[in-house]
Design a protein around this ligand. Structure first.
Ligand code: ACO
Length: 459
């Protein structure tokens, strides 16, 4: 049933508007503009045609089936529209409209749930900005038109933050498979969506902005998320960590923020990775999205700068990333990749004199060595090695050699290191402006690997 949201044959927009700037106008414009190939039906009793499409006074007048109905009409009119959706056999109603339980209008919310249940319609929302699913070219939101395609699914309990993140992900070139606003979660909730996405072949990792789960559904949340993490990594930001934050949550989505320690325990038990800010959530999600899961613990750092190597070493020690002690044989091999004054230990220091060739030689040794499972590539801006050349060479090397050892990178320097990292990110090597962020992302991948192993060994 929920799957029809991902591949609907048709979408109706109830409240599709002729008036630029209205929410029902933007949603229809986005659905058309993002290239959805199924049937689109604007529903508006006051219009004959909107944006070149024939408009219908009600979903009941639509000639074909309607899988998804996006509802953007005033709250008091939603029950009637829901009834019509039920009669029409709509599978999922995406209710954008505000003015329900979030403002104390619980009765109206219960009314639409009751109608939906009678007919077997599922509800996303109400009080949401919509949803997007990029493999089917669906952008049924009133956010920006462009949604960068990729394999991270984002679920947001905050509407405005979700919309803001649509723009943010584009700026940071973070590709999304799906984006769901869940709002009041009157029916479909975060856990159920996660379960849907766990079986979605176009999603590799699920990122969630969570304020709280519905009272009494804690156990169910843990059980569902435990099933989800068996299939895919999940990264969550849980807002409302402090007592003031909890009060803010209560007046925002009305969720029970609950004790932070309880959430922490629930996440650990279910294998959910916790992030503490948006940047960290996407840092981690990007690593999972682009890299294979680690198979072992042994990590090597390859750098041209001692300082960033030390920072990465500290970060690794503090976050449980095991830095391999290279054997004499391995050190002899690394020696061949650097000037005589370099260091073949871990961090492997190619020195400030390093050029592309040194890095590639060291990487070749690292991917061939059975002593090494994971690789951290660090670079500090020097005048003798253009970071963009290095980035190109790394990408070429990884693709030619079909490298399957998890790798993260950090390039530190000016604008051209950012350009180089954009290139790496676009080509599957997750890259971060600081060594600590790179190590943190890797540490979470390792945590998840250990979690899966522990779970398997318990069986
Ligand atoms: N069926 C079909 N169409 C209808 C119906 C109906 N029953 N009733 C009205 N319409 C048409 C109208 O004629 C209008 O089209 P027109 O502009 O061509 O005349 C269109 O549908 C919209 O109706 P309006 O009455 O103009 O409603 P308006 O656009 O002002 O508001 C809305 C509707 C947007 C759903 C509003 O009630 C609302 O809830 N806004 C908040 C939405 C929101 O913020 N959601 C949470 C997101 S989270 C966040 O980002 C903060």
């Amino acid at each position: 049933m929920l799957k029809s949201m991902l591949e609907p044959r048709s979408i109706a927009v109830i409240g599709a508007s002729r008036t630029p700037g209205k929410i029902g106008y933007v949603i229809l414009k986005n659905i058309i503009g993002y290239g959805y190939k199924g049937k689109i039906y604007p529903i508006n009793p006051n219009a004959e045609e909107i944006m070149g499409l024939k408009a219908y006074p009600s979903v009941l007048n639509v000639p074909g089936d309607v899988d998804v109905a996006v509802i953007a009409i005033p709250a008091q009119e939603v029950p009637r529209a829901m009834e019509e959706c039920g009669k029409k056999g709509v599978k999922v109603a995406v209710v954008i409209t505000s003015g329900f339980s979030e403002v104390g209008n619980v009765e109206l919310e219960e009314k639409i749930i009751k109608i939906a249940r009678e007919y077997g319609v599922r509800i996303l929302g109400p009080n949401i900005f919509g949803y997007a699913y990029t493999p089917s070219n669906i952008n049924a939101t009133f956010g920006p038109l462009e949604v960068e395609k990729g394999n991270i699914a984002l679920i947001s309990q905050s509407g405005a933050l979700g919309i803001a993140l649509m723009g943010w992900t584009i700026m940071n070139e973070i590709g999304l498979s799906a984006l769901f606003s869940v709002g009041n979660m009157a029916d479909i909730d975060v856990a159920e969506l996660s379960e849907l996405l766990a079986d979605d072949p176009n999603t590799k990792v699920i990122a969630i902005y969570l304020e709280g789960i519905k009272p009494g559904r804690g156990r169910e949340f843990v059980e569902t998320m435990t099933r989800v993490t068996e299939k895919k990594p999940v990264v969550v930001i849980k807002a409302g960590r402090t007592s003031r934050g909890m009060k803010a949550v209560a007046s925002h989505t009305g969720s029970l923020a609950g004790s932070d320690a309880l959430y922490e325990a629930a996440f650990k038990q279910a294998g959910v990775i916790r992030a503490y800010d948006v940047e960290e959530m996407f840092d981690i999600a990007r690593a999972f999205a682009q890299q294979p899961l680690p198979r072992g613990e042994n990590t090597i750092i390859i750098t041209n700068g001692g300082g960033v190597g030390v920072l990465a070493t500290d970060a690794a020690e503090l976050s449980g990333v095991k830095l391999v002690e290279p054997s004499q044989q391995l050190m002899n091999a690394f020696k061949q990749a650097m000037p005589w004054f370099g260091s073949p230990k871990n961090p492997v220091d190619l020195t400030g004199q390093a050029v592309v060739d040194n890095y590639i030689k060291a990487l070749k040794i690292a991917i061939e060595s059975p002593e090494i499972d994971n690789i951290v590539i660090l670079y500090c801006r020097t005048a003798i090695l253009d970071p963009r050349d290095l980035a190109k060479a790394i990408v070429e090397f990884y693709s030619e050699n079909k490298v399957n050892k998890p790798t993260v990178a950090s390039f530190v320097g000016g604008q051209d290191t950012y350009d180089a990292m954009r290139y790496l990110n676009r080509n599957g090597i997750p890259s971060y402006p600081s060594p600590e962020r790179a190590i943190n992302a890797l540490s979470k991948m390792l945590w998840y690997k250990r979690f899966l192993e522990k779970r398997t060994s318990k069986r």
